[in-house]
Design a protein around this ligand. Structure first.
Ligand SMILES: C[S@@+](CC[C@H](N)C(=O)[O-])C[C@H]1O[C@@H](n2cnc3c(N)ncnc32)[C@H](O)[C@@H]1O
Length: 290
């Protein structure tokens, strides 16, 4: 049976099934994982709830830091990803698995966990404030939440058309057509990804009752990023779970002749190894349930 869209993205479409791209994203993700876990201030016997666990980046990272009495609850809306985490856990009794949405953590009792973690999950939720209320509910007094979210609205406002971070180029006309595919396909579903910023995260945490709310925000505009090294692999990548791969969008948007022109430009660009330009914003938040 085909995996759901979340599993398909995390397991293949995020990295285009390319070992080189996977190695690159693993390296970046390890930094984010460590930021979330450092912010959580884990103690050896903590019960950690990882909301939207995916393949277990944060949950298994937490497990490595806990002692023999610690426990990690992996929760997600994707049954396929919970199965994947169950396989990875390989019978470790410090793990349990709960099918639940961030906005409705039914199945997790009130005041039952020491730490809630989550990474790049709220960005897909249309009810982010409700998720904070649930995090507060399941945490025991003195418990902590530690999370990371990309603030996609920032790049959308600053660089709405710079699809691959190339800056101005001779294929801008083609890239504009590809960008339009993403605009039309995703306009509705993508709204939760751009309908908030770092100040909203703080507001929702405070409104839910958290104290000692701390936010670390980082914004970058046109800073040198990784070069495009393999255009064919990049075409197999989807920028998020809700949208087509770049190759799929190109097939929809461009004629055969246009595709050839784009391929020639991007292959030459990859051979040069010039850095791309990154425009991104990210936020880490941690807070305490009094
Ligand atoms: C970008 S992945 C992040 C996975 C994982 N947290 C990580 O750090 O690698 C987003 C995850 O959120 C899950 N997800 C999407 N909507 C959700 C929701 N409303 N509540 C809980 N999880 C959700 C998806 O199934 C997916 O596993």
């Amino acid at each position: 049976m085909a995996e759901d869209k979340w599993a398909q993205w995390l397991l293949t479409r995020r990295d285009g099934n390319s070992a080189a791209l996977r190695a690159r994203s693993d390296r970046d993700l390890a930094v984010v994982r460590d930021g979330v876990l450092d912010g959580a201030g884990l103690l050896p016997e903590d019960v950690v709830l990882d909301v939207g666990c995916g393949t277990g980046l944060i949950g298994f990272g937490a497990l490595d830091r806990l002692g023999p009495q610690g426990h990690v609850i992996f929760s997600d809306v994707s049954r396929d990803l919970l199965d994947e985490c169950r396989r990875t856990a390989g019978g470790d009794e410090r793990c349990s698995f709960v099918l639940a949405a961030a906005e409705d953590l039914t199945g997790i009792p009130d005041a039952s966990v020491d730490v809630v973690t989550t990474r790049s999950v709220l960005i897909y939720s249309a009810r982010k404030a409700a998720a904070f209320v649930e995090f507060f509910r399941v945490l025991r007094p003195g418990g902590r939440v530690s999370l990371f979210e990309p603030i996609n609205r920032f790049a959308r406002q600053r660089r709405p058309d710079d699809l691959f971070g190339l800056g101005a180029s001779s294929v801008d006309d083609l890239l504009a057509k590809v960008r339009d595919v993403y605009r039309s396909v995703t306009a509705e579903g993508e709204r939760p990804m751009i309908d908030f910023d770092e100040r909203d995260l703080v507001e929702w945490a405070v409104a839910a009752g958290f104290e000692a709310v701390e936010l670390d925000y980082r914004a970058q505009v046109d800073v040198p990023g990784e070069p495009i090294v393999d255009w064919e692999a990049l075409k197999q990548v989807a920028p998020n779970p809700l949208v087509p791969t770049y190759g799929e969008a190109i097939a929809t948007a461009l004629t055969g002749a246009e595709r050839k022109r784009l391929d020639a430009h991007m292959t030459a660009r990859a051979a040069l190894g010039t850095p791309t330009r990154r425009t991104v914003a990210i936020a880490f938040l941690r807070a305490l349930r009094p």
